[in-house]
Design a protein. Structure first.
Length: 311
């Protein structure tokens, strides 16, 4: 590739996809060069038209229940995704590297002391280990969300209160390491890219306490109880799988579209718009589309519905 001032530079990764887009009429708007993880990176902003896409199973519906013990459990019987716990697995190494950094002469703003070369090397080693944890987490989430968006026409997830969950100091690290918010963010724009839609159930919907067979709702279901047993119909099922089935069943109560007649069991029908221009999937935040929120009474529960219409 050729960059202004820098001239012709050889890249480590192939740029054939960008070259193909350029031959199809795309235009490079900008290129950002940055130093990260001990390497130079360049990011391109490309303006192009994304052709309409259709998921492999456009009428299929899947409920996805996210958790700490198991990262994702699905309603259609596909194997669950175990939580890789990248940060927890690397914590011993990170603590060792942090101790090595603290033993070196680092920078001090009060005295103007400059860091030693040994401190620089130790700090760089710690930064590489931290960036590797983030890269492994990001790659796993991209694989999961891309597979779901390319396969299913409708994906249902729960509106988890991540900000409130991380206030629990015992769960904060595990929740942050799982990346619940990033999974939902990627599903939101990837379903638009591939022609599907993402439905987000309300955080107050009792997906784990409700029997997916007869609809009986338990008064209490502690986290230590991993198997859901219904006193009404005798159903016995893993609690996460039961929750995924309940999330998928919300679609049956959702009328197509986002008008006042939309019903989704205390949830909101988030219709994902067709994706705009985009190239290789990265962790770059995608701007959310403009939205108009309307409220109306639910014909079944009498409660207020939050209806989001993308524009």
């Amino acid at each position: 590739m050729v960059l202004p001032v820098l001239g012709r530079i050889k890249t480590h990764e192939r740029v054939t996809k960008i070259a193909r887009l350029l031959t199809e009429g795309a235009r490079i708007a900008s290129a950002t060069v940055r130093w990260q993880e001990g390497r130079w990176h360049v990011s391109f902003t490309v303006h192009t038209e994304r052709p309409p896409a259709t998921p492999a199973r456009p009428v299929a519906v899947i409920g996805v229940d996210l958790g700490i013990k198991t990262l994702a459990v699905f309603s259609d019987g596909r194997p669950p995704i175990a939580n890789p716990r990248h940060l927890n697995n690397a914590m011993r190494k990170l603590r060792r590297l942090s101790r090595a950094v603290s033993r070196k002469h680092g920078p001090d703003r009060r005295t103007g002391q400059k860091p030693s070369q040994r401190w620089r090397r130790a700090n760089a080693a710690r930064n590489r280990a931290e960036h590797r944890v983030a890269a492994l987490r990001r790659d796993g989430i991209h694989q999961l969300t891309t597979s779901l968006a390319r396969t299913y026409g409708t994906i249902v997830v729960e509106d988890l209160n991540v900000a409130g969950m991380i206030r629990n100091r015992r769960l904060a690290q595990a929740i942050s390491d799982a990346g619940f918010g990033e999974i939902r963010r990627q599903l939101a724009y990837k379903t638009g890219w591939h022609g599907g839609r993402l439905l987000v159930a309300s955080r107050w919907f009792p997906s784990s306490k409700t029997c997916s067979s007869c609809g009986v709702v338990k008064a209490k279901l502690p986290l230590r109880v991993r198997t859901y047993v219904c006193e009404g119909c005798g159903l016995s099922m893993d609690r996460d799988e039961n929750a995924a089935h309940n999330l998928a069943s919300l679609v049956e109560r959702t009328v197509a579209g986002s008008g006042p007649e939309t019903i989704n069991g205390r949830g909101a029908d988030h219709k994902t718009p067709p994706g705009g221009a985009g190239g290789r999937e990265t962790s770059t935040p995608h701007r959310a589309p403009a939205a108009r929120i309307r409220r109306g009474p639910s014909p079944t529960t009498g409660e207020s519905l939050r209806i989001l219409e993308t524009q």
